[in-house]
Design a protein around this ligand. Structure first.
Ligand code: DX5
Ligand code: ZN
Length: 225
């Protein structure tokens, strides 16, 4: 069965107390770190120096989501920092195959993200260059938005293409994931789930992770039957 991963996004955490906030999600599979440059998206978060400090103290591996322009130039530096996984946006990369290879050569897993309106078909032939395909389920830029059900057919098409190819690529979804929407995303074929407000907005983030994991695994299990 495909493994169900829950990656909380620190975008909804308290940025003044990041180390404590990271320790509250130590049962997660990874921590999702949203890097925004105010060019690719209309919001600004943190850059490499802060990500390096997060990497130094985090109890779980880092899953960086780079919402930045000129990904070809900036993404390799995040792999050099020793991050487990680095995801760039297809819309922000001029040479996505070269970039994915560079990330892997530097020791990171290579992820590529698609905005809700970006079709997956032009990228199907490069799936073997990737460890993870991130299908955005909201327009990137802000936490707390509502899940876009119109992305479900794209998740289904991506899963079908991956299954048919025999290549091992995780499908990550990010945006509006709750105990309710995680089921729909998992049914469609996603297996790595980013959740910001659903985890950090909860009184007990570890319990929220647990609930999401149970809901996601249950759906993945029944899909495999
Ligand atoms: C949005 C970010 C997400 C965000 C998700 O652009 O990429 O990772 O933190 O937040 P929720 O889960 O609240 O939609
Ligand atoms: Zn994200």
């Amino acid at each position: 069965m495909t493994q169900c991963c829950i990656n909380p996004s620190i975008l909804s955490a308290d940025f003044v107390n990041l180390e404590a906030e990271l320790n509250r999600i130590s049962t997660a599979d990874a921590v999702h770190v949203d890097v925004m440059d105010n060019h690719f998206v209309p919001n600004l978060t943190i850059g490499l120096p802060v990500v390096q400090r997060i990497q130094a103290v985090s109890p779980v591996p880092l899953d960086a989501h780079l919402m930045i322009a000129d990904a070809d130039r900036w993404a390799p530096g995040f792999a050099d920092a020793g991050l487990a996984s680095v995801t760039f946006h297809a819309e922000a990369a001029i040479a996505p195959i070269k970039l994915a290879r560079e990330l892997r050569a530097r020791g990171s897993k290579a992820g590529m993200a698609l905005r809700p309106g970006t079709p997956v078909e032009p990228y199907l032939d490069m799936l073997e260059e990737l460890d993870m395909l991130l299908i955005m389920t909201v327009e990137p830029g802000f936490g707390g938005q509502a899940f876009l059900d119109l992305t479900l057919p794209k998740i289904r098409r991506a899963r079908k293409a991956i299954e048919g190819s025999g290549i091992k690529v995780a499908i990550q979804v990010d945006g509006g994931i709750t105990e309710d929407t995680i089921t729909r995303a998992a049914e469609a074929g996603a297996n790595v789930f980013v959740a910001g407000s659903a985890v950090y907005g909860a009184e007990d983030p570890a319990a929220a992770i647990d609930r999401l994991r149970r809901a996601g695994s249950k759906t993945l299990r029944s899909a495999a039957e």
